[in-house]
Write a protein of this length. Structure first.
Length: 312
């Protein structure tokens, strides 16, 4: 590309009008984002009082970056006031963060029912899909937000029956949801158990539903290290002897989970009289022991060897 040559300009002393012109420039987006992150309403009000800033940058310019409206849903104390200020200043209600996720997706995923309700009452799209094919209710399910899921489903007719781009169902998402039972920083308790029970009660035949890679919800529970979720799925008849499209078993999934040793130990015990094939290899010759050896949990390696894994 041939560079453009511009005439050299002669600098001039700043004039009063020049200074005033600079002071009327719109506030930088970074400063607005910082004020939103800090839930600083006073600073945000001041920043938004000047010439209008583009609060919804083109997704391509800020790839995978949240807009101020997305960030406002993360506030634990001032989300509604922040959202109100930003929308009044021209922010786009269904702004795209570069991944197709709207502020409603963020409110759902991070467990902010007040922000979600506020956005929905203003017309936010409850059926919006991210580039990965996830709806707001899908993302709420991924985090076990049972109250939020109920609100989206019952009050706003959100659809639990959709699949994402990989073919994962809502049940797959919920199976991987945390079951800590403890409240998060917003005080919202994990509701993975309630959601999983709901899904299984609605679709009693869906316990072994396959995603696009032929993985069942039990695979998702195992990959997430969700022992209680796996226990519930197995109590409803989940098959632990299936393999996915690459030939990986449930032990492959469990071996790379957080707290993988507990997950592997539980599955081995639950198999009972139909033991899992601990030496099974996928289509690339990778066994569960290979997977565990790449991780950091030495106990899982020892566990698999004690179950009969081939170290050679």
């Amino acid at each position: 590309t041939v560079p453009i040559v511009r005439p050299v300009s002669v600098s001039r002393p700043a004039t009063a009008s020049g200074t005033a012109s600079r002071s009327r420039r719109s506030a930088p987006l970074a400063a607005i984002n910082a004020a939103v992150r800090a839930s600083d309403l006073a600073t945000l009000t001041t920043l938004l009082a000047g010439p209008r800033t583009n609060l919804t940058p083109t997704p391509g310019t800020l790839r995978a970056s949240p807009t101020p409206l997305h960030l406002a849903t993360l506030s634990t104390t001032q989300s509604i006031a922040l959202l109100d200020l930003l929308l009044g200043a021209g922010a786009t209600l269904d702004a795209d963060n570069g991944l197709g996720e709207t502020p409603l997706h963020y409110a759902a995923f991070h467990g902010n029912p007040a922000a979600a309700r506020f956005l929905l009452r203003l017309g936010a799209n409850v059926h919006a899909l991210s580039h990965a094919g996830s709806s707001p209710i899908f993302m709420a399910g991924q985090r076990g937000r049972d109250a939020l899921v109920a609100m989206l489903r019952d009050d706003w007719q959100a659809d639990e029956g959709t699949r994402d781009r990989t073919g994962r169902t809502f049940l797959h998402a919920v199976a991987a949801a945390p079951w800590t039972g403890a409240a998060d920083r917003r005080g919202v308790a994990g509701g993975g158990e309630a959601l999983l029970l709901h899904c299984l009660d609605v679709r009693r035949d869906a316990v072994d539903v396959l995603d696009g890679t032929r993985r069942t919800p039990l695979f998702d529970a195992a990959s997430a290290g969700n022992v209680e979720g796996a226990r519930l799925l197995l109590s409803r008849g989940a098959n632990m002897h299936l393999v996915d499209v690459r030939g990986a078993t449930i032990l492959h999934a469990a071996a790379k989970a957080p707290k993988s040793d507990a997950m592997v130990a539980y599955l081995a015990e639950a198999a009972g009289a139909s033991p899992l094939d601990v030496r099974a290899a996928d289509r690339d010759g990778i066994t569960a022991l290979h997977v565990a050896a790449k991780g950091t949990d030495a106990q899982t390696v020892h566990r698999l060897i004690s179950l009969g894994a081939d170290v050679n």
